[in-house]
Design a protein around this ligand. Structure first.
Ligand code: 13P
Ligand code: SF4
Length: 317
């Protein structure tokens, strides 16, 4: 049977059963991949799923650091990523040498790494966090301790603002997609959609101006800064019917599917992560058939990287 004639959805369902595999997909995946996934979620939910699943194979439809996290949490499972080029510009913004140097300059500090980092960076960290729990993780660290927060400067600034903590040093990294969502974008949307609820991902460069708008009362008071899964929960429970969504546009598909009666408007149509879009249904099929591409973190790195991830999961259990 040529690949052209394959009914991918049917074959993927058959292979999943035959190989005891599970498909995890991030909220930014293309609609067709979301449709074949067993679980869809944000980084936190997917790491919990990876920890809890009984499957022997995890096909991770997301980016490389997410598959690495699954491999660190579940070293006995085979973790596959359908395309090895699914990277992350934010995760690439710090390397182990840079972190080692930063730690040397701040020997007493506690290192809090966003989950969007390589396994080597996690292995050099004290705590891990995601956009859903960054504030909670930081609040758990004794006030007198200096924190090195990395690598996202907008998330770091947001956490510092919310926790009112002065002793946080922030690495100047950014995600190219979210850094491009600026305060001008919020301001121009506010002109046209005065009453809409705004949902902002904390990696956006407009996060602090959103906090300013909220404090001034010139934005719908229900507007929130949330992780992608936090946004999914909010659109379901909110009494508002119109939402301006400030994050990668892939999430709008799931929002519409689960809330067909509500209206979702992307803050920017070009807020698209080219890495997330590398994964296709055909590549998922190929990944399951050939059991490629395996993401395996070397045990000496995995054992160290597991500690900050487990500390995070314990705080947000
Ligand atoms: P979430 O954990 O909020 O889904 O964010 C992951 C991510 O990569 C954001 O760009
Ligand atoms: Fe990384 Fe940004 Fe893509 Fe998220 S949207 S995976 S942070 S490059």
């Amino acid at each position: 049977m040529s690949v052209l004639n394959v009914d991918f959805t049917k074959e993927i369902a058959r292979l999943k059963k035959e190989k005891n595999a599970v498909i995890l997909a991030h909220n930014y995946q293309i609609p067709q991949v979301q449709d074949i996934a067993d679980f869809i979620g944000d980084s936190l939910k997917l790491s919990k799923m990876a920890a809890d699943t009984e499957a022997s194979i995890i096909v991770f439809c997301g980016v490389h650091f997410m598959a690495e996290t699954a491999s660190i949490i579940s070293p006995d499972k085979t973790v596959l990523i359908p395309d090895l080029d699914a990277g992350c510009s934010l995760a690439s913004s710090i390397n182990p040498l840079e972190l080692t140097e930063w730690k040397k300059q701040n020997p007493e500090a506690i290192v809090v790494s966003y989950v969007n980092t390589s396994a080597e960076i996690k292995a050099l960290s004290d705590y891990c966090c995601t956009s859903a729990n960054a504030t909670k993780v930081v609040e758990n660290i004794p006030l007198e301790k200096t924190i090195l927060f990395l690598p996202d400067m907008f998330l770091g600034a947001y956490v510092a603002e919310v926790t009112k903590r002065k002793n946080i040093k922030i690495w100047p990294g950014e995600c190219h997609v979210h850094a491009g969502i600026r305060s001008e974008d919020i301001n121009s949307m506010l002109k046209n959609y005065k009453n809409a609820e705004f949902l902002i991902h904390p990696e956006c460069s407009c996060t602090s101006s959103t906090l300013y708008h909220l404090s001034k009362g010139d934005i719908n008071k229900d507007s929130k800064i949330l992780s992608t899964e936090g946004m999914m929960r909010e659109v379901k429970t909110s009494t508002n019917n119109q939402f301006i969504v400030a994050t990668e546009t892939g999430i709008l598909y799931r929002m519409k599917m689960e809330n067909p009666q509500k209206e979702f408007i992307p803050i920017k149509n070009d807020a698209v992560c080219k890495y997330m879009k590398k994964i296709t249904v055909e590549k998922v099929y190929n990944s399951l058939v050939n059991e490629i591409f395996e993401v395996k973190v070397p045990p000496e790195i995995a054992s160290k990287a597991k500690i900050p991830i487990e500390r995070m999961l314990a705080i947000t259990a």
